[in-house]
Design a protein around this ligand. Structure first.
Ligand code: PHE
Length: 499
């Protein structure tokens, strides 16, 4: 039991009832009083009731009126002194108070104005000594604590004039409880097996349950928003019959990241400025399939499969360099090569990390996640790609797509996918897509009439839109707040992802 709790019990013992804790313990703040009362009440030592009281104090201006008289009274005295006072001269005598005084004095019928804008004492006032300064009187009354006799309208008016301030005080009336004493027995919180076995529980006092207590929030793990949105995409893919590609290989050879995709060795994307190359180990082996390698070399150097190629000397060493994959299309290439062993209609997807040697800013990181799908089937066309894209994005709540021709070394035709952004009021690019080129597919051994369409988008962009994140560094990297991860919703009710 705290000293203060004991003090309360002793006072209660002396007084029988504590009418007002504020009067008995004026120095103790109400919150401390309340928590002491609550714990004593839990032991049935006492009962209490809360007594809130509203009272009023005079502001500095209110005090001034009590000593000098109200604005209106001072104005009346001024008008009386000058017998005729020009309205414009009121301010020189009374400053800003003049305006209020004038308005109130008119309202009270104390003064009148003639056609020359001069103020005179009204005919109704026979002697100004008889005029009662109501405002001053009522303030005096309030100063003395007699606000019960002042009506609400007057109080409101004084509040508006900033002459009085409203104060609240909390006090408690305390009475003895059923188990009142000035001592406190420790209450048991748990019924133990020992107490039951020894029957001591019969004489023990137990702490009552506090059903109002909020309890401690259970600690739990939280999924990162990117993981949540990733899961949503996975479910869309699964619902459309896609299988997930193994995407845990962050490091790949230039061969799979570029050459297999018909990206020429002098392409700017292969530059150190755009791609992270590994120092150690510097390189790795090329695929064992010699025929495939021959085909890639041929298609790059002089062309094959009705293509004229790029006409340069293809160097296997360049292909062997190890890179942090710049796109998940490297995985798609591996998988399509496998598909050539037993070509059949196939749908595959991956959602994983890629790396680009880019300057980091509010919308770019050196690593991000790509969502990628590939769909292989016989004799499919660009029309199928457009139709499929519309169905896929509709599942994300994105409709009304537009397509714009673009260039990728590995697809032809290629299309950027745009969606109308309500917030920005413009079309924004949401993905890239295309039909993989024969120069990529036929060296693998896929039949010429098997077409493969593919598309990719970033996982970060839709996540930022869904979770209202402006800066990508708040989503990924060392600046991410753990609180943001732990408190963001598991489910959202978003209508249009890109709106
Ligand atoms: N690899 C492309 C990118 O990084 C996306 C893409 C994948 C485009 C498949 C066409 C086909 O943007």
């Amino acid at each position: 039991m705290s000293d203060f709790q004991l003090e309360i019990l002793v006072k209660l013992n002396d007084l029988g009832t504590i009418e007002s804790t504020l009067k008995v313990f004026p120095q103790v703040d109400p919150q401390t009083v309340l928590s002491a009362l609550n714990s004593l009440k839990a032991h049935a030592k006492l009962d209490y009731s809360k007594q809130d009281r509203t009272y009023y104090t005079l502001t500095k201006e209110g005090d001034e009126i009590v000593s000098k008289g109200s604005h209106e009274m001072r104005l009346l005295q001024l008008v009386n002194k000058f017998s005729k006072l020009q309205i414009k001269d009121v301010a020189t005598h009374m400053g800003a108070d003049g305006k209020i005084g004038q308005a109130k004095a008119f309202k009270n019928g104390w003064i009148s104005k003639n056609k020359d804008n001069e103020l005179t004492v009204s005919d109704k006032v026979s002697s100004i000594d008889d005029v009662v300064d109501e405002t001053k009187n009522v303030l005096l009354q309030i100063q003395q604590g007699q606000f019960d006799s002042v009506d609400d309208k007057t109080l409101n008016d004084l509040k508006k004039r900033k002459l009085i301030a409203v104060k609240k005080e909390t006090s408690f009336k305390v009475t003895k409880g059923p188990d009142f004493s000035t001592e406190l027995t420790k209450l048991e919180t748990d019924l133990t097996a020992d107490m039951v076995a020894s029957s001591t529980y019969k004489d023990l006092k137990f702490k009552p349950y506090n059903f109002n207590s909020e309890g401690i929030l259970p600690e739990s793990g939280a999924l990162h928003p990117l993981s949540k949105v990733r899961e949503e995409f996975r479910q869309i893919f699964f619902s459309m019959g896609f299988k997930e590609m193994p995407s845990n290989q962050y490091v790949d050879t230039g061969f799979w990241n570029f050459d297999a995709l018909y990206v020429p060795q002098q392409h700017p994307a292969r530059d150190l400025q755009d791609t992270f190359y590994l120092k150690d180990p510097l390189q790795s082996d090329l695929p064992d399939d010699k025929e495939y390698l021959e085909n890639i070399k041929a298609v790059h150097e002089q062309g094959k499969y009705d293509s004229i190629g790029y006409r340069y000397n293809w160097k296997p060493e360049e292909s062997q360099k190890l890179v942090l994959r710049t796109h998940t299309t490297a995985i798609s290439a591996h998988m399509l090569k496998k598909l050539a062993e037993d070509p059949k209609p196939t749908r595959l997807f991956s959602i994983d990390r890629v790396f680009r040697n880019e300057a980091v800013d509010a919308t770019h990181l050196a690593e991000f996640h790509q969502v990628e799908g590939v769909l292989a089937d016989y004799n499919i066309t660009l029309g199928d790609l457009i139709q499929f894209m519309e169905g896929f994005f509709e599942k994300m709540g994105v409709t009304g797509l537009r397509f714009k021709p673009t260039y990728n070394p590995y697809t032809e035709p290629s299309m950027e996918i745009f969606s109308w952004h309500e917030g920005l009021g413009k079309w924004v690019e949401i993905g890239n897509s295309g039909m993989f080129r024969p120069e990529m597919l036929e060296p693998m051994g896929l039949p010429p009439n098997m077409r493969v369409l593919g598309w990719g988008l970033s996982l970060e962009r839709p996540t930022m839109i869904k979770y209202g994140v402006q800066n990508i560094r708040e989503l990924l990297g060392h600046k991410v707040s753990l609180d943001f991860i732990e408190t963001n919703p598991a489910a959202r009710l978003d209508e249009d992802l890109y709106e």
